[in-house]
Design a protein around this ligand. Structure first.
Ligand code: 1VU
Length: 319
């Protein structure tokens, strides 16, 4: 089998876990039924039925009701159906979970924003347990994705993930990924956001590294300038090179560019396939390092090539 370092794979538990590709994680505001009904026509990997920042305070109640309706009404097909609830600090999360977890059909994935410390994750998990237990069926176990959006959250990330994995082992949910909430992060530390994102480099790299250290997916920052396809493509390719598995998006025009950037190119797949063939040949003849297309190849490159092919397999499984 493939090495455990394969991209996005979770190694500590269970064959039951299926890899859910989330190259594109697209927000659809919960108050907007017209946009919500568009979801099945979109080629996004993950659709986020949004309760948090995309919804005004005066529309929160309406958004919850719409989301319950849409969960029942829409066939999401291959799209990962996710709900982003409000943060613990907003005071709105209990009501979000009460209503959404009483829907006839439940989301496959729950996103929880602005998790700054383990107390907030504990509080959320208590409500999740209570509301899931309230239902008759006991086998509901969503994927969970947490957001890192502040200096405190970056510092506490390891503890937050370990706590989430402990609850995952208990069976409450399956912690599956981490999102970098770059705009709130900038506000929190007093940074000024630029298109080049140099001000974000430390947090962006720390978050992907930490997520991957625990074999979790890492979802990169949003590009809010909807018109600027060039910077979207540049940022997406950069995120993919850093190890991110996907990116948050806000508009249908961003889907194709981002899906493409997070899918290994034809050339890259060919390179990886041929490199592994060459490796097998050299390996059988007892040779360690060898040259391939003019470069020295040894185990780290072989592992990277395997990551690429595993990633393609994960994406293809969806189609
Ligand atoms: O052509 P049609 O009229 O049939 O459809 C429009 C529009 O409805 C649709 N569309 C979307 N459909 C689903 N999900 C979306 N997010 C979405 N956005 C647009 O596409 C067609 C073209 O749209 P448009 O160019 O006329 O755009 P609108 O003026 O309708 O909408 C623009 C905004 C920005 C309001 C819209 O894209 C949106 O609501 N995006 C998500 C906002 C959000 O949830 N933000 C919070 C998360 S991001 C974050 O917290 C970090 C900053």
């Amino acid at each position: 089998g493939l090495n455990k370092r394969s991209v996005g794979c979770y190694s500590t538990s269970s064959a039951e876990r299926q890899y859910i590709p989330r190259r594109t994680v697209m927000y659809v505001p919960g108050h907007d039924l017209k946009k919500l009904r568009k979801i099945p026509q979109l080629n996004t990997d993950c659709a986020v039925l949004e309760c948090e920042d995309g919804v005004a305070l005066s529309k929160k109640a309406e958004a919850r009701v719409n989301i319950c309706q849409i969960l029942e009404e829409i066939d999401f097909g291959p799209i990962d159906c996710a709900v982003r609830v409000n943060s613990v600090s907003s005071g709105l999360i209990e009501e979000d979970l009460k209503i959404i977890l009483s829907a006839k059909k439940l989301p496959q994935t729950v996103l929880i924003p602005k998790v700054d410390n383990i107390d907030e994750l504990n509080y959320f998990t208590d409500i999740m347990k209570r509301e899931i237990n309230r239902r008759k069926e006991t086998n509901y176990r969503p994927y969970l994705i947490t957001f890192i959006e502040s200096g405190q959250a970056v510092m506490n990330m390891v503890d937050i993930i370990k706590t989430g994995l402990r609850f995952s082992e208990e069976g409450v949910y399956l912690l599956d990924g981490v999102v970098f909430g770059s705009d709130d992060f900038c506000a929190d530390i007093g940074a000024t956001r630029t298109s080049e994102a140099g001000e974000l480099i430390y947090a962006r790299q720390k978050i992907v590294m930490t997520a991957k250290a625990f074999r979790l997916q890492a979802i990169d920052m949003v590009s809010i300038d909807i018109k600027d396809q060039e910077s979207l493509e540049r940022q997406s390719l950069e995120g993919a090179r850093m190890g991110y598995t996907g990116k948050q998006i806000i508009h249908p025009s961003q889907i194709d560019t981002v899906n493409t950037a997070f899918t290994p190119s034809h050339d890259k797949v060919e390179w990886a396939t041929q490199l592994l063939d060459a490796f097998n040949t050299h390996h059988q003849s007892g040779q360690g390092a060898f040259t391939f297309r003019g470069s020295m190849i040894d185990m780290p490159l072989v592992l990277q090539a395997r990551n690429i092919l595993q990633l393609v397999k994960n994406i293809q499984r969806k189609q």
